[in-house]
Design a protein around this ligand. Structure first.
Ligand code: PLP
Length: 383
């Protein structure tokens, strides 16, 4: 008896390798984590507890409870400029399950999906599980780690079915400007591709709020993914949502049935409280991430360490090539010798080994201590 070929050939996330090693080393500063270091706001927890005590603990409709879907219609209109009806909103078990169901619903095994290098590794992992081939398009420092149609177009074949776009980006911290989104959409129109736009970090930005891609779509090819995870420090609650083009929800809901069926009922009540309740917690977290970004940037500038200045999400990419080592080798040595965990760039794509990702979702004093040690390591090992 053997496990499936799909699971055997699925690569292991480099984040896990670092986390495993970090858990065996005493006193490590964790800059690899991709989740807020804040607690879920109290009124959100109370709403979930109330739901439990009131017996709101049964299956819900696959697409989510009506009041939450209605509140999300209002949210995407207000925050993302997206005009959607309730039918277009599907509540998902985190954005991750929304992406998985959407791929299963819209892309056949044997097809190709274009995905950025570097990008969040789960896109490629879920493709591998579904027999879909990830084709990496480069994000270059010269282009501010923002995708360009010119670099993507030569990679399109008759098997290409979709393009994944992520802004604000993990691990890049980059926000795709309006004109680049327009360009990507024209490319998708020309080659008849679905566009999966992952905007889970839509509320985490430092200079200008990001624009959404959905409102630019006039051909019904963009599916937009959002989440409670990062905005409200709710990673463990597993609530995300997507906005499908008109008429497409039914097939995605159909795909969701055998995967997750519906989202945990009390967690949907928590999400409703989060979206409809006071929003100052969002602003406070955003301010903290922005302060940390500014302090880390100042430190790296002082030390002349190459990095890419993030404008959103809570990650920062440091170029470790001056150290003389790259990727997993650099990251493993940093844990062992300097007791700092970061994510090696190879986790995010085959050509991103010269980077490591630092998470800003860590208390400021630890973050600065960790980045200081990282800068020391680059200097010491490179000399
Ligand atoms: N998309 C990106 C770019 C992410 O970085 C993450 C989590 O780190 C997710 C989606 C997953 O979000 P969720 O917790 O809603 O599944």
């Amino acid at each position: 008896m053997k496990p499936s070929m799909a699971i055997t050939s699925m690569l292991r996330s480099g984040i896990r390798e670092i986390m495993d090693l970090a858990s065996r080393v005493e006193g490590v500063i964790h800059l690899e984590v991709g989740e807020p270091n804040f607690n879920t706001p109290e009124h959100v927890c109370e709403a979930a507890a109330r739901a439990g005590f009131e017996g709101f603990t049964k299956y819900t409709p696959n697409a989510g409870i009506q009041p939450l879907r209605e509140a999300l219609v209002e949210k995407v209109q207000r925050r993302n400029g997206l005009d959607a009806t309730v039918d277009q909103i599907i509540v998902t078990s985190g954005a991750v399950a929304g992406l998985y169901s959407t791929m299963a619903a819209l892309v056949d095994p044997g097809s190709e999906i274009l995905v950025a290098d570097p990008s969040w590794p789960n896109y490629s992992l879920m493709m591998q599980l579904q027999g879909i081939e990830p084709v990496h398009y480069p994000l270059t420092v010269e282009n501010g780690l923002v995708p360009t149609a010119a670099e993507i177009e030569p990679l399109i074949t008759d098997r290409t079915k979709a393009l994944i776009h992520n802004s604000p980006g993990n691990p890049t911290g980059a926000i795709t400007p309006h004109e680049s989104m327009q360009e990507l959409l024209e490319l998708a129109n020309t080659h008849d591709l679905w566009v999966f736009t992952d905007e889970v970090y839509d509320e985490i930005w430092f200079d200008e709020p990001p624009v959404a891609m959905g409102p630019l779509d006039d051909q019904g090819r963009v599916v937009s993914f959002f989440s409670m995870s990062k905005t409200y420090a709710m990673t463990g609650w597993r609530v995300g949502y997507l906005v499908a083009p008109p008429g497409l929800s039914e097939v995605i809901i159909k795909a969701q049935e055998p995967i997750t069926s519906c989202v945990n009922a009390p967690a949907q009540k928590a999400a409703l409280a989060a979206v409809t309740g006071p929003q100052d917690c969002v602003e406070e977290m955003r301010r903290s991430y922005r302060e940390r970004r500014d302090k880390v940037v100042e430190l790296l500038e002082d030390r002349h360490i190459p990095y890419v200045r993030p404008t959103g999400a809570f990650y920062l990419m440091v170029d470790v090539s001056p150290s003389g080592s790259q990727g997993i080798e650099f990251a493993l040595r940093l844990v062992e010798e300097r007791h700092v965990a970061v994510v090696p760039g190879t986790t995010f794509g085959p050509h991103s080994g010269h980077f490591v990702r630092v998470s800003l979702a860590t208390a400021t004093d630890l973050l600065l201590e960790g980045v200081g040690r990282l800068a020391d390591a680059i200097d010491d090992w490179g000399s």
